[in-house]
Design a binder for this molecule. Sequence first.
Ligand code: T4K
Length: 396
Amino acid sequence: MTLSSFAQFGAQPLFDKPLPIGQLYFPSWQRYEAACRGIFDRQYYNNNGPLLGEFEDRLRLFLKVKHAICVANATLGLMMAADAMQLTGKVIVPAFTFIASVQAISWAGLEPVFCDIHPETHQIEISKIEALIDPDVTAIMGVNLWGGSCLPKELVELANRHDSKLYFDSAHAFGSAVDGVPIGNFGDAEVFSFHATKVLNAMEGGCICTNDDDLAARLRSIRPSYGSETPVSIVRVANARMSEAQAAVGLMSLEDFPANQENNAALFELYQAQIASVSGLRLLVPSGVSSSNYQYAVCMVDEGEFGMSRDLLIKLLKAENVVARRYFYPGAHRSAPYGQEFPQFVESLPNTDAVCASVIQLPIGTLVTSSGIEKICRLLQRIQMQSGDIKAALES
Ligand code: T4K
C-alpha cells in the first residue's frame, strides 16, 4: 500500500462529490411542490398560518408537551426564552457548545458563567455547577449534546434547590428521550433547532417547548403573532416567526422522522462496529437517554494511538471529499469576545479544552449510505496504519 492511494498524494478522491456532515433531509420535489401550491392557493405566506398551526399541533402531540412555539431558528428561540423568563444577571452554561448558545445569553443582556464538561459524555459536569452559583446567577442553561442528554432530571433537582430557572438548548436532541420522557419536557423551557443539518428540518427554524402557560403566552407575544392571539405584557418584541414554507418542510420531516431516526441508528451501528477496530478512534455513544436520534457521529481522536493529530486527519478526509468537521472549536470560553471579557475561565476548563482538541464529526444522515460508511471506515483504518509515513511525507 503506497501513499499515492490517498487523494492527499494525488489519487482520485474516494467520493466524487463532497459528503457533508449534517442530516440534510430533502423531501421529494413532488411533495414540496404540492405544499407550495397550497401556500399559493391560500395566498398566505406567514404569521400563524394553517401549516404552522398544524406543525405546532403535531409537535405538541409528538413531544407530549403543552406548548410548542415555532420560531425562525433556535438562536432566536434561546434569546426569547431568556427574555420571557425575565432572567437577570448571570446564566451558567457549558463552554463546550455551539457559540449560539452563549451568544443568545449575551443578546438577552446576561452574562455567561462557563462550566466544564464530563470528558466521556461531553455533557455539562453537574458536580461542577454548584461551585459556580452566586447571588447573581438566575438560571442554568443545560445543553443536550449529540442526541444525548445532560441529565435533565438531576439538573431540575439542582435548579430547584437553588431556586434557579432552568432551560435547555436542545438543538441536537429532537426525538431523543430520557427514561421514555421526550426531551422538550424538562425545566422551564427547551429549545430545538430545525436547521437543515438537524434531524428534524424546516430548512431553517426552531421551536420552544414549555409546559408553563404564562411563559408560553409571553413567548407568543415576543415572537410575535400579531392579530392572531391575545398579547400579554412583555418588555421587548422580536420577530422570530416561522413561515408557511418552513412549516411545510417541517411537517414532511416530522412525518419522515421515524424512518430517518431508524436510518441514523443503523448507520451509527455500522460506525460503531467498524471504528472499534481502528486504534486511536473512539465513537461517542449518546449518553443519558433511553432513545436517541443518532443525528451525529462524533469521534474522539487519540493522537498518540492514532498516530496523527485530529486536524491532520480532517485534512486527509477533506481531500477524499469527506467533509469531516471539528465541532466545537475553540470552546466558547476561548472564543471572542468571551476569552477577553471573562479571562478567569480561559485556563480553568481542562475537559472542555481536551475535547475541543480531539473531536471530529463524521458524515451521517439521509445523504450517507451504508456502503459510504464502510468506505469511510476502511479509509480511517488505512490512514491509521500508514500514519507514520503520511506524517513523514507531509513534513518533508
Ligand atoms: N445550539 C447548538 C448546540 C447548536 O448546535 C446550534 C446550531 C444552535 C444552538 C443554534 O441553532 P440555529 O440557530 O442554527 O437553529 C451549523 C448550523 O448552522 C447550526 O444550525 C448548527 N447548530 C451548527 C453546529 O452547525 P455550520 O456553519 O457548520 O453549517 P453549514 O451551513 O456550514 O452546514 C454544514 C454542512 O452542510 C456544510 O458542509 C454545507 C452543508 N450544507 C448545508 C446546508 C444548510 C448543504 O450541503 N446543504 C444545505 O442546505 O453551522
